[in-house]
Design a protein around this ligand. Structure first.
Ligand code: ATP
Length: 420
């Protein structure tokens, strides 16, 4: 059996002591909680600290900021403040609270409470542990739901049966933590999770919150694992019927990360990197499906454009590209108008020979500058007009397909063909 001990870097330890002393001075008690405590036991200490104060978190955060010469951002609706400490990182401070859910999927109503109530409102046992920071009990563990035991046994366990009904976004969090830490959603928890999925409680969650959960999954080091698991649990079509992982997307998923790296390495940055992943979730690509999906998830204009382009291009465009006679200039015509996120997904979806051909195309061709411009045609005495676009396109095709070796040969061809 694994034993869990933790080591706190000295700088963090002295900040925690300071926080505990400050709370004590104010007649309050402070605790390190949530992901920070979980990650200490997993020996993956993060830089950000989550603090819960039995008292008034907002004025506590202001005082902490004043004493450490830091900035504070307050979000008073949930009594949460973020103190940004120079040279250290972020400290999230919340007032210990209890939450109640008036309707499933809605945001909770919040009331001040003690640390145990605060731990009970949390999602999973492994996230519901606290370390006391009070001077007399510094770093004493509060683990009322057996989070440490669950870490040892490798399981993600919800605190109660209604957890996924109260807040269905926990479905996504469960999968994210399970796959990130290579644990397993505990059996009973999985039954509760599936009951929430089948009960269509995801329908009640706003598009913004769902989009945010998907984004968080795409930011994980191995998003493909979490995507596969969401698919296995049948979650995706409950977000929208156009979502699911098709057999062909299953093949593309393990290659997306490599293709994203390829694009970065070749200086073709993906402005919306996570959208390279998102396209693998499109199981229905009709215009109506795509429109409905964009609306449901409240996608931004750029995201909508990517989804629409991808729905049109996949898989028809791959078939076109795979044709034997597909010339480089034809690849250029087909691929160049697409956003890099779509190009990246298509590359991940392509069978190996086509993928290699696309890689050659992206490294050698896509960024190439046309040898001829309008001013070259003018210099040859060709009167400006609609013929220019035809001549320039043909010249570019000749350049890409290797018909001309250099700019001089391209100019010769124009002279011979168009100058009498
Ligand atoms: P990550 O490492 O992804 O940041 P985290 O556990 O720190 O994970 P946060 O989203 O930063 O997650 O939330 C901090 C803590 O707040 C969690 O550890 C958990 O205790 C609690 N929490 C966050 N979201 C929920 C939720 N939807 N339901 C219940 N508790 C939550």
């Amino acid at each position: 059996m694994k034993t869990y001990r933790f080591v706190i870097p000295p700088k963090t330890q002295s900040l925690l002591k300071r926080i505990g002393r400050l709370a004590d001075e104010r007649g309050e008690a402070a605790y390190a909680v949530g992901g920070f405590v979980r990650d200490l036991f997993l020996k993956r200490p993060g830089v950000d600290i989550d603090i819960t104060v039995e008292g008034d978190g907002v004025t506590f955060a202001e005082e902490l900021a004043r004493r450490t010469g830091s900035e504070v951002e307050a979000f008073s609706r949930f009594g949460t403040s973020i103190v940004v400490i120079p040279g250290f990182g972020k400290v999230d401070v919340v007032t210990a609270r209890t939450e109640s859910y008036e309707s499933p999927g809605a945001l909770p109503s919040v009331k001040k409470g003690g640390i145990l109530q605060d731990l009970y409102r949390r999602d999973f046992t492994v996230n519901a542990m606290a370390l006391s920071l009070s001077p007399g009990y510094f770093l004493r563990l509060l683990d009322p739901f057996g989070g440490l035991e669950d870490l040892r046994k490798g399981r993600i366990r919800a605190l109660h049966e209604k957890s996924f009904v109260d807040d269905p976004t926990r479905i996504f969090r469960a999968v994210r933590f399970e796959q990130r830490f290579r644990k397993r959603i505990e059996e009973k928890t999985q039954r509760w999770l599936l009951a929430s999925v089948k009960g269509r409680f995801i329908d009640r969650v706003s598009g913004e919150r769902l989009r945010n959960e998907l984004r968080l999954i795409f930011l994980e080091p191995y998003p493909e694992r979490a995507v596969r698991r969401l698919d296995e649990l049948g979650v995706l079509p409950h977000i929208h019927p156009a979502l699911g992982v098709s057999a062909s997307s299953k093949k593309a998923l393990p290659r997306i990360a490599d293709c994203i790296r390829f694009f970065q390495k070749n200086k073709m940055p993906l402005e919306e990197e996570r959208m390279a992943w998102f396209q693998a979730l499109l199981s229905a690509r009709g215009e109506g499906d795509v429109e409905g999906l964009c609306k449901r998830l409240m996608l931004s204009r750029t995201e909508q454009k990517i989804v629409a382009q991808s729905a049109k291009a996949y898989p028809a465009l791959l078939k076109e590209l795979a044709k034997e006679e597909s010339t480089v200039s034809r690849m250029y015509r087909l691929l160049c108008p697409l956003r890099p996120e779509v190009q990246c997904f298509l590359m991940a979806s392509a069978p190996p020979p086509l993928r290699a051909k696309m890689a050659r195309y992206f490294t050698k061709v896509q960024g190439s500058v046309p040898w001829l411009r309008g001013r070259d045609l003018q210099a040859l005495g060709i009167p400006p007009g609609f013929r220019y676009s035809f001549i320039l396109l043909e010249a570019l095709n000749g350049q890409l397909d290797g018909k001309f070796k250099n700019r001089r040969e391209a100019l010769e061809w124009v002279k011979k063909s168009f100058v009498s």
